[in-house]
Design a protein around this ligand. Structure first.
Ligand SMILES: N[C@@H](CCC(=O)N[C@@H](CS)C(=O)NCC(=O)O)C(=O)O
Length: 224
C-alpha cells in the first residue's frame, strides 16, 4: 500500500486529489508541521526538504508534489497527456512559478512579522501574472492539456482554489476560465473525498510561537 505523508497545505492536497481520482489504496500519514514533525530523523530520511507531501511506494521514496503527481500518473497510466513536451512544461511552470509565488504571496500577507508593502505587491503581482497565463490557456480548451483532465489540472487546483488568500476574492473577476476549471474540479467526487481526508486528523491550527519557530526558522535571526 502507498504511504502518503501529508498536511493540509495546497501541495499535499493536489497529490491527495490524484490518489482519490485514481482510487489508489493508500495510508494517509499526517505530518503536523506546526508541531515540527517534519524535522524528525525518520521524516527527513524521506523528505530532506522537511515539507509535505511525501510518498512511499515499496522501495520508491518520493518528495515534492509535482514529482509525485508525475510518478503516479506514469505508474498508473492515468491523467497523462499525449503531448509530453507540453505536459512537462506546464508541470514545471506550476512547480517553479505558480506554487512558489503563491506561497510567498500568502506568507507576506499573512505570516510576515511586519508588513512589507514592496514584498506584498511583488508576490501578489507575480502570482496574478502566473494565474493569468493559466487563464489564457484555458480560454481555448476545457482543461490545461486539452479535452482531457490531467495531472496539470490537479497541480493547478492545489493552489488556485486558495485564490482569495493568494491574491483576493476579487481576483476571480478577471480569471473566469481558471475559475471554471477550479470549480469544476472542486465538485468532483474525488475532490469531496479530499475534503473528507482533511477532516480525518486534528492538525494543530494555532499559528503560535512554536508553529512560527518550526515553519519560519529564518525569523530566529531576524531583527527589525
Ligand atoms: N516544493 C514542495 C513544497 C512543499 C511545501 O512547501 N509544503 C508545505 C505545505 S503546502 C509545507 O509542508 N509547509 C510546512 C513548512 O513550511 O514548514 C512541493 O511541491 O511538495
Amino acid at each position: 500500500m502507498l504511504k502518503f505523508y501529508y498536511n493540509l497545505g495546497p501541495n499535499p492536497m493536489k497529490v491527495a486529489l490524484f490518489l482519490e481520482e485514481a482510487a489508489l489504496d493508500y495510508e494517509a500519514i499526517p505530518v503536523d508541521t506546526r508541531k515540527g514533525e517534519q524535522f524528525t530523523a525518520d521524516y527527513l530520511a524521506i523528505n530532506p526538504n522537511a515539507k509535505a507531501p511525501s510518498l512511499i511506494d515499496g522501495e520508491t521514496v518520493l518528495f515534492d508534489s509535482n514529482a509525485i503527481l508525475l510518478y503516479l500518473a506514469e505508474k498508473t497510466g492515468q491523467f497523462l497527456a499525449e503531448d509530453r513536451g507540453q505536459l512537462l512544461s506546464w508541470l514545471m511552470f506550476v512547480a517553479s512559478g505558480v506554487g512558489p509565488y503563491s506561497g510567498q504571496s500568502v506568507h507576506f500577507q499573512a505570516y510576515a512579522p511586519e508588513t512589507l508593502p514592496y514584498a506584498v505587491n511583488r508576490y501578489r503581482f507575480e502570482a496574478r501574472r502566473h494565474y493569468s497565463i493559466l487563464d489564457d490557456r484555458l480560454a481555448a480548451r476545457p482543461y490545461m492539456m486539452g479535452d482531457e483532465y490531467s495531472i496539470i489540472d490537479m497541480a493547478v487546483w492545489g493552489w488556485a482554489r486558495l485564490m482569495s488568500r493568494v491574491i483576493d476574492a476579487a481576483a476571480w473577476d478577471d480569471l473566469h476560465n481558471l475559475k471554471r476549471l477550479v470549480d469544476g474540479i472542486t465538485v468532483r467526487p474525488a475532490a469531496k473525498r479530499v475534503i473528507e481526508l482533511t477532516e480525518r486528523h486534528a492538525f494543530k491550527t494555532e499559528q503560535d510561537e512554536e508553529s512560527n519557530r518550526y515553519m519560519f526558522p529564518s525569523n530566529a535571526n531576524y531583527t527589525r
